[in-house]
Design a protein around this ligand. Structure first.
Ligand code: GLP
Length: 253
């Protein structure tokens, strides 16, 4: 695992944008897995800046988002489709027909999950998957559980997640209780992974990525088994790794 510890959120966003831009420059037809949440917003701003400067061309990429809330249409202001459209896709030259999301509205959950997996495989697999992390260690919407869910699946959101995400909805009762998310296996199939974390409320979850134990009760711990993970985290999120004296401390800036 490559670890970059940044001074602050701005530096984190710049470093993350450099990683994503390099991937697209190296492979203009790259398949990129995108994430939502507050953490990648700075990254997306930086990418828009790079696009405006002519440094990155999004016209060849294909996108797959990690997850979507069940019950929200694409137009709903809190749907992840809407989030990505507002924060990145409408501001760069990504081709609309190459944007993929799990649906929020459907009749047959199993069928749409199977279809999403098939679409990722047919596209050739994700080259770079961007991830945030929940305070409970979730990745995508893979919540703490007794076992890992491997493929894209329907999930009941954890109470902690509903509370954490209520800030986007104004009222906790408005937060959907279910989502469709890529599974842990779908994420681990990505050729490389970029995980972002900012702030001391993420320090505990991040420290589990260095625990030496893979535990489905902290889904992000599975990343220890992936050969190409880059962590870009600010120093507050890194606090507990430093205390543990992580042996995998490869790089710090
Ligand atoms: C959501 C998303 C995750 C994200 C997490 C952290 O629940 N499904 O993909 O990583 O929240 O979000 P934030 O970056 O806002 O802390």
């Amino acid at each position: 695992m490559q670890l970059y510890v940044t001074e602050d959120y701005r530096e984190l966003s710049k470093k993350a944008a450099q990683v994503v831009a390099e991937q697209i420059q190296k492979k203009p037809g790259a398949i990129i897995g995108f994430a939502t949440g507050g953490t990648p917003m700075g990254l997306y701003e930086e990418l828009i800046g790079k696009y405006n400067q002519g440094e990155v061309d999004f016209s060849g990429i294909t996108t797959f988002n990690l997850d979507e809330y069940v019950g929200l249409t694409r137009e709903h202001p809190q749907s992840y489709y809407h989030f990505m459209w507002e924060n990145l896709f409408s501001k760069v030259n990504v081709k609309k027909e190459r944007i993929h999301f799990p649906p929020g509205i459907f009749t047959d959950a199993q069928a749409v999950c199977r279809q999403y997996e098939a679409q990722m495989d047919e596209a050739g697999g994700i080259d770079l998957q961007i991830l945030g992390i929940g305070t409970n260690g979730h990745i995508g919407f893979n919540e703490p559980a007794d076992t890992f869910e491997i493929s894209t699946h329907l999930v009941d959101l954890a109470e902690e997640t509903i509370e954490a995400n209520a800030r986007f909805f104004g009222d906790k009762t408005e937060v959907p209780r279910k989502a469709i998310t890529m599974g842990v296996g779908s994420i681990m199939k990505a050729k490389s992974i970029l995980l972002l974390a900012s702030g001391k409320n993420k320090a505990e979850a991040v420290s589990h990525i260095y625990s030496g134990f893979v535990d489905p009760r902290v889904p992000a711990s599975v990343l220890q088994l992936h050969p190409h993970v880059t962590l870009v985290i600010d120093k507050e999120a890194a606090q507990l790794i430093e205390e543990k004296g992580a042996s995998t401390w490869l790089h710090s800036q």
